[in-house]
Every structure is written in C-alpha cells, then in structure tokens.
Design a protein around this ligand. Structure first.
Ligand code: OGA
Ligand code: NI
Length: 376
C-alpha cells in the first residue's frame, strides 16, 4: 500500500487510486506496451516501475557466469546415446530445473518462421490487433498486455498473444490471427511431437515407465504464449517478465537472439544464453510435485532491454481443466523412506489456487500435506 507520510493514510489511498486509473487507461488503449512506445513515450510510466526495495536488492544480487546445461538430442536413436541423454536430463532437472536442447528435430526454418510470425502479429495494424484484445480466460485466442495487470505490484514491459486449449482441448485454426495462422499451426504440431520425446525422457529419468507422463494426458491441453518485449527506455527500472515459476507440467520455450531470460540457480541469476536453433525446456510446478521434489520448478524472469523488440514463444503443457483426474506425487516413487510431501489435486483446483495466491509465490507450500492435515 502507499507510503507513510505526514498525511499517512490519505496519501496511501490516493496513490492506490492513481495507480488503478493509470492501469485502466493503459488497458483501454488495447495496444499494450507497443502502443505506448509507438505513441512516442520516452519515459517509463510509473505503473511499470519496480518497488524501491526490489531495485535496491537487485544491486546486491551477484550475477555469475554459469551456463544452463545444453543437451544434444542427436544420439537419441541408439542405446548408449539414449542412456546418456536420460542421465543429462535427470541431472539438469534436479540441479537446475532448466536445460536447453539442440538437434531436437525441429528445423531452423520452422523456428525462424515462428519468431517472424510473432513479430508480424504484434507489428501489424493496431486496429486489426485490437480485435483480439481481451482478458476473458475462457477464450482460446487472446491478445493482451500483462495477464496479471490488475493484480501485480508493477506491470511488465511486455505484450502477449495467447492460445489456450486447456478449457476445450481443441483449437479451431480459423480462430488464429490470419497473419501468423500457418506458422502457429506448424510450430505447435512440431512442439507437441517434441513434448512426447521430452516426457518420455523425463519419465525414464524418474524411473517410471516410458509412457508414464504421456498417460497423465498433460499434452491434451496446452497454452502457448507469444511474447513481444519492445525496446525499453529505462530497462533498469522494470522487468520484461517478473520472477515466477511456471504452473505447468513442462514448458518448452523458443527465444530469439536478444537475450534477457534468467534463471535463479543457487541464489544467483544466471543468463539463459540464446543459442541459434536451441529450445529451452523447464520443469513446471506440477512435475515438481509429481516427482515429490526430485526435479525442480525454478524461478525465472526476463530482463527489460534497451534494444528490442525481443520475441519468445512459451509452450506450456497443462492438461485439461475439465479432467476429473487427481494429480500428485507418483505412487511408484513413494515409499517409507520417501513419503509423499504433497496432497493430490485436480487441474481446475490447481488453476483456481494459481489465481488466488500472491503472484510471485510458487504453490508448493499450499499443497504440502502437513499444512492441511490431509491423510496420505
Ligand atoms: C513465461 C516465460 C520467458 C521468455 O512465459 O512463463 O517465462 O523468455 N517466458 O519470454
Ligand atoms: Ni515462465
């Protein structure tokens, strides 16, 4: 809430009121951060500025030159290669929660066309784009800026086109914006194929049967977000994406060569170095819970940048919200020595909780068994 000052409470209320007004006016433009930049804004509007204590803390946080593991999938077709890859996937998922894959079978052409397609969507005529602007979570295709605009402590320097099949399990191609329709379909199909490969590798790494994770039906519903991060006039004062963990099973991310994505590793922010042709893979909250904390869903964020735009595509495997299935620690992994840490939940309850908690807190505490007195 507001600052403590001579007129204390009144000043607090006034500040909050002004912020909401600024946020609402921004939302009403329906042209996002890109619209702001296009209208000639040379300064960062206040609603984007990070709280003082965060900016101070940032100066104290060391940054080190470590490298997120890069896994070459080339040898996956032979037995030795496969075993080596499984080992690397396990190690990276336990220690980092993040890794990059190269030689994953999706061509450079498809990746580049996808990146180009996002740019074309965001850079097309604003009037065409505005028709997709919405905050309706039931819709399959929406364009907006900051899905959490009305709840976050500060807004992020980013606009997003989102395709979400977690409600219906279906995507009608006609709903996609024409300007990027074909590339979105092509890319999504190929990412779904790669998802099957990755889920198999992670299943084997966890010590369960190869199709275990695929059989959870987590690929039946997905959310794909196409981010556009315009060049920012004051990158040190805001963020492209605030620190968060992904509320997914697994996330596969394509980024361009600008950089800015960072992962929190041993209390230090580490750059996820752009590598041409690579895809970034990260373990989501649900897989951490299913693995009973063996593999990790870790904090990551995107820095704002003086140069841009930066574009990225995150593909979240989330399953179907209407599924009656319960998800929780995998029974085969639980024993007397490794008792379940978490209780089970449906995906719709998971989603409801996601939107009701402080946005930068992962959900793990909430699902811990001892916090709820649930029996195993
Ligand atoms: C996300 C995310 C990173 C990026 O959308 O959850 O972490 O590089 N995106 O855009
Ligand atoms: Ni993320």
């Amino acid at each position: 809430m507001g600052t403590i000052s001579m007129d204390g409470y009144t000043s607090g209320v006034q500040l909050e009121y002004d912020r909401m007004k600024e946020v609402k006016a921004f939302d009403d433009t329906k042209t996002g951060v890109k619209g702001l930049v296009d209208s000639g804004a040379k300064e960062l509007p206040k609603m984007f500025i990070r709280p003082c204590h965060e900016l101070e803390e940032e100066l104290k946080t060391p940054s080190v030159k470590l490298q997120v593991p890069v896994i070459n999938l080339e040898g996956i077709g032979n037995k030795n290669g496969y075993e080596e890859i499984v080992k690397q996937v396990l190690d990276a998922s336990e220690k980092w929660g993040f890794f990059q894959v190269v030689n994953h079978g999706i061509s450079m052409e498809v990746l580049n066309n996808m990146l180009q397609g996002i740019r074309m969507f965001h850079e097309q005529d604003a009037e065409v784009k505005k028709k997709f602007y919405s905050r309706d979570s039931e819709k399959v295709v929406v364009y907006s800026s900051n899905y959490d605009l009305y709840f976050s402590r500060f807004a992020n320097w980013r606009d997003t086109l989102s395709v979400n099949t977690t409600n219906s399990g279906h995507l009608d191609p006609k709903e996609l914006p024409e300007i990027c329709r074909d590339v979105v379909l092509e890319y999504s199909n190929q990412i779904l194929n790669l998802s099957d490969v990755l889920l198999e590798l992670i299943s084997v790494a966890l010590g369960v049967k190869p199709d275990y994770l695929k059989e959870t039906e987590c690929t039946k519903g997905w959310n794909e977000v196409f981010h556009y991060y315009p060049a920012c006039p004051a990158p040190d004062l805001t963020l492209g994406t605030s620190k968060h963990t992904d509320p997914s099973f697994l996330t596969i991310l394509l980024q361009d060569q600008i950089g800015g994505l960072q992962v929190l590793h041993q209390d230090q922010w580490v750059d996820v170095q752009p590598i041409p042709g690579a895809l970034v893979v990260n373990i989501g909250d649900i897989l951490q819970i299913m693995s009973n904390d063996k593999i990790k869903s870790v904090y990551h964020r995107v820095m704002a940048n003086q140069v841009g735009p930066r574009v990225s595509v995150a593909f979240f495997l989330k399953g179907l919200l209407s599924s009656p299935r319960l998800y929780g620690p995998i029974k085969e992994l639980i024993s007397e020595d490794n008792p379940a840490i978490y209780r089970e939940f449906t995906l719709s309850a998971f989603q409801t909780h996601f939107f009701s908690r402080p946005l930068d807190e992962p959900p793990f505490e909430y699902y811990k068994l001892q916090n709820h007195g649930d029996e195993e």
